[in-house]
Ligand binder design. Structure first.
Ligand code: ADP
Ligand code: MG
Length: 133
């Protein structure tokens, strides 16, 4: 679907969150600046998180308490060929069925994700973005 503004991306995430029940594992696929983190901001709002969501590019992961229990955990493995101890962190977090886990640049950890995890692809278009579930 066509999503052509930051606000529309936030709204899309918020609406999508309402259709999801934990456990949720989402892999976000798209180039730098595509809007992956923006989508996570929308999802977080939809899941009732009030804290501001900022990119975990430098910390690799950020966690936010979910009002429903568990955590929204946002990973960004950008340029991390070896996820190191973050692999154990992710493995542990995948075990909690209350968690919502959203991953940017997940190539290096793809093998430990559940086979049925959701993938959302964001592509640049002339007018904005195309989002494919
Ligand atoms: P990523 O995490 O994929 O690198 P960001 O979410 O940080 O990307 O978004 C980068 C920029 O793109 C932000 O300035 C954001 O406002 C803008 N943006 C996000 N979604 C859209 C969209 N659907 N259309 C146009 N701009 C968008
Ligand atoms: Mg990002």
């Amino acid at each position: 679907m066509e999503i052509n503004s930051e606000q529309a991306m936030l709204n899309f995430g918020q609406d999508l969150a309402k259709k999801l029940t934990p456990p949720v594992v989402i892999e976000l696929i798209g180039d730098v600046g595509a809007g992956k983190t923006t989508l996570v901001r929308g999802l977080a709002k939809g899941f009732g998180i009030k804290e501001p969501i900022t990119s975990p590019s430098f910390t690799i992961s950020k966690s936010y308490v979910l009002p429903s229990g568990g955590y929204l955990i946002h990973y960004d493995f950008y340029r991390l060929d070896d996820p190191g101890i973050m692999l154990d962190d992710l493995t542990e977090n995948l075990k909690n069925p209350q968690n919502i886990i959203v991953i940017e640049w997940g190539k290096s950890i793809a093998k430990i994700l559940p086979q049925n995890h959701q993938k959302i692809q964001i592509d640049y278009t002339d007018t904005g973005r195309k989002v494919t579930l």
